[in-house]
Design a protein around this ligand. Structure first.
Ligand SMILES: [Zn+2]
Ligand SMILES: [Zn+2]
Length: 161
């Protein structure tokens, strides 16, 4: 199958530029879900190629949705992504292949600590329950005399109440 991401530079020169608008399957950019995000559906690509003195400038963006895993409660959730894509290709290359550019751009966009929502309560450190769903029966431990000396913990680190 011919990839829409492989474009002949001669073709772009002939038309003095080119626009590309398409939807891409994750496999068309050789996407692997173990990069930290699952691409669940085709995503949109919009590109514009312009002809410079000795190269082609490609500018555009990709937009779609992916599935991430919350770093606090470990639930999977859907989120939206949008990313500018850019590349410069010398005339001598003959063919432009945007797939690798796009794949690397999306990988860099994956948040290191995804959150399913701003105030995610995470999992109880005692019983492992997801505190977003229901309060668990655990009680905060009475502070020991050592803990009293240390600075107060951040809210999310406290045992659930
Ligand atoms: Zn969460
Ligand atoms: Zn608990």
């Amino acid at each position: 199958m011919r990839s829409p991401l492989k474009i002949s530079i001669r073709e772009i020169q002939k038309h003095d530029g080119m626009e590309l608008e398409t939807r891409l399957e994750p496999r068309e950019i050789s996407w692997e879900d173990d990069a930290g995000a699952r691409l669940t559906e085709p995503f949109a690509l919009q590109m514009e190629f312009s002809v410079g003195t000795d190269n082609i400038l490609a500018q555009g963006e990709v937009e779609g949705s992916w599935e991430l895993e919350c770093s606090r409660c470990l639930e999977k959730f859907q989120a939206h992504f949008k990313l500018p894509v850019e590349g410069i290709f010398a005339f001598t290359q003959q063919t432009i292949d945007m797939a690798e550019e796009i794949r690397q751009g999306i990988v860099l966009l994956i948040p290191p600590k995804p959150l399913c929502r701003a105030g995610c309560q995470g999992l109880c450190s005692n019983c492992g329950a997801n505190k977003n769903r229901a309060p668990c029966p655990c009680r905060p431990q009475p502070p020991s005399r050592f803990q009293k000396l240390s600075r107060p913990k951040k809210l999310r680190d406290l045992p659930c109440s």
